[in-house]
Design a binder for this molecule. Structure first.
Ligand SMILES: Cc1cc2nc3c(=O)[nH]c(=O)nc-3n(C[C@H](O)[C@H](O)[C@H](O)COP(=O)(O)OP(=O)(O)OC[C@H]3O[C@@H](n4cnc5c(N)ncnc54)[C@H](O)[C@@H]3O)c2cc1C
Length: 474
């Protein structure tokens, strides 16, 4: 076993000024977001020496940008109902370990508010919100815990290659930063790089040819490094490789900074109609904005329009969609951010104006009128794309169309992983010395969404403990 790092706290925010960077530890954690920080603490508390390598200039990843809801479904039955194609073993662990995971967070000074119900698809999930925000409520206390336990976090540094012995066991990580490249020897590596949504090539290959038209609604540093490193080391992919967790966002002609990610999410789309550029509906909007976002990503140009009338606008569209939101007018927010909100006194006029954006007006008019007629007759199954709930008429002027694109938050497919968070090969045998946490773990969500911070918490705990024990003789 390699000698351990000393137990003194060390934070290396970048490579400059570090005379003796760590070159031998028990565990290398790749990524200092939710999964990586949890895994690092768990491994340290299990007695391992740990080096966390973080590509960004600061720890936090998408955790730092998130809404901070740590939630999942209360039962495995609910999980299978909403994520029928998810990895059932990992889904069961997510639900069963959730309460223990929440206690663990509290024990590690992560600040959680009062319990919150009504989260996730169909408001079926429950959990807690990190208070007052994810940086001061979670990133900072977890970074402190890593350092207090004697771990090190090296920022502006990335893992570029895994070292393997002749039997294929992972025995080191090659890391690179401004000071150069070095190999850190270790007993195990935990990959927690946050998915591949930031990589145009992987997104186009696996998810949609129109991915480059989407907004990246996440940290830009999650570019599939974990997946690539794992595949090179012999691991296999999970299912759900073509699925992402996305939201419907306004199309803007300027980049949207992270502050707008949540404020401009068009959560209310499930109360409206969503048309593609051919002027037709393509998804049951009532199944939620996340599914709308995913299906929009697969449409031509990954673009479309939310359509609604004044009755919707004044009613359900103004209602808060997540518990900490106030009643407000999302259309006004889109306008002030520079997005396109078309307003018209008749459906004819609305569709004529859509023609200016390349939407065939007759097609749009047929779709909206057909939807309205189905609502009037109460026959949702007659629609080309049926609507499970919330079928409504669309006839009170003025009428609105909001130009939208998908905003991708994280990829749902990734590395194939077992219940001990070990990476698996194509024959489901563990790649020895290689563990995975967070979004890099594939298929906990798959088109249905089961919570991401919770999944990173649960897989991080398992990865940390099993990685710490990987080098210890039984
Ligand atoms: C706007 C927004 C709102 C959200 N709201 C919620 C919410 O309310 N509830 C919820 O459950 N989820 C939410 N999420 C999703 C959640 O934040 C992420 O899914 C979660 O942070 C995933 O944890 P992770 O550890 O896998 O990835 P991250 O937290 O993103 O951490 C990955 C880290 O790996 C680093 N990295 C990447 N490549 C390398 C490399 N080669 N070497 C070293 N480091 C590397 C990255 O820089 C990053 O810091 C939200 C996300 C966003 C963007």
């Amino acid at each position: 076993m390699p000698p351990s790092l000393g137990r003194e706290p060390r934070l290396v925010l970048n490579a400059r000024g570090v005379s003796d960077p760590s070159s031998v530890v028990d565990v290398v954690v790749c990524g200092a977001g939710m999964g990586g920080l949890v895994a690092a603490i768990a491994a340290l508390e299990d007695g391992a020496s740990v080096l966390v390598v973080e590509k960004g200039a600061e720890p936090g990843g998408s955790l730092a940008l998130s809404g901070g809801y740590v939630w999942t479904f209360p039962t495995f039955r609910e999980y299978t109902r909403f994520v029928p194609n998810g990895d059932q073993d990992l889904g069961r662990i997510l639900v069963e370990d959730f309460a223990t995971g929440v206690e663990w967070l509290v024990d590690h000074q992560v600040r959680l508010g009062a319990p919150v119900d009504g989260l996730g698809p169909d408001r079926a999930g429950s959990g807690f919100r990190i208070e007052p925000d994810p940086v001061s409520g979670a990133v900072e206390p977890m970074v402190k815990a890593v350092l207090d336990l004697g771990g090190a976090i090296e920022c502006s540094t990335r893992v570029v290659r895994l070292e393997q012995d002749e039997d294929g066991r992972v025995v080191g990580a090659c890391v690179r930063n401004a000071a150069g490249t070095r190999v850190v020897r270790c007993n195990s590596v935990i990959l927690a790089t946050g998915g591949f949504q930031g990589d145009a090539e992987l997104m186009a290959r696996h998810v949609s040819q129109w991915s480059d038209r989407a907004l990246l609604r996440a940290s830009s540093s999650s570019t599939g490094d974990g997946l690539r490193l794992a595949l090179t080391a012999g691991a296999a992919t999970s299912r759900a490789l073509n699925a992402v967790y996305a939201h419907v966002m306004p199309k803007l002609d300027r980049p949207l900074d992270a502050g707008g990610f949540r404020a401009l999410t068009q959560f209310y789309v499930e109360e409206c109609l969503l048309l593609n550029l051919d002027g037709v509906r393509f998804v049951d909007e009532s199944r939620g904005d996340a599914l709308c976002g995913l299906e929009l990503l697969r449409q031509r140009e990954a673009a479309g329009f939310i359509v609604l009338d004044e009755e919707r606008h004044r009613g359900s569209v103004m209602e808060p969609f997540v518990p900490d939101m106030m009643r407000s007018d999302p259309l006004a927010a889109v306008r002030s951010a520079g997005g396109n909100v078309i307003v018209a006194e008749s459906l004819d006029e609305l569709c004529q104006r859509l023609a200016g954006f390349g939407v065939p007006p007759m097609s749009a008019l047929t779709t909206i009128s057909g939807f309205d007629a189905a609502a009037e007759a109460g026959v949702p199954d007659a629609l080309p794309v049926p609507r499970e709930r919330g079928l409504h008429t669309c006839r009170q002027a003025p009428f609105y169309a909001i130009q939208v694109i998908p905003g991708v938050t994280f990829t749902e497919g990734g590395i194939r992983v077992n219940s001990e968070a070990q990476a698996l090969d194509r024959d489901d045998r563990p790649v020895r010395g290689l563990f995975v946490a967070g979004v890099d773990v594939g298929a906990i969500s798959n088109t249905g969404y089961a919570g991401a911070l919770s999944a990173a918490l649960i897989t991080g705990l398992r990865a940390g403990i099993h990685a710490a024990r990987a080098g210890v003789p039984a």
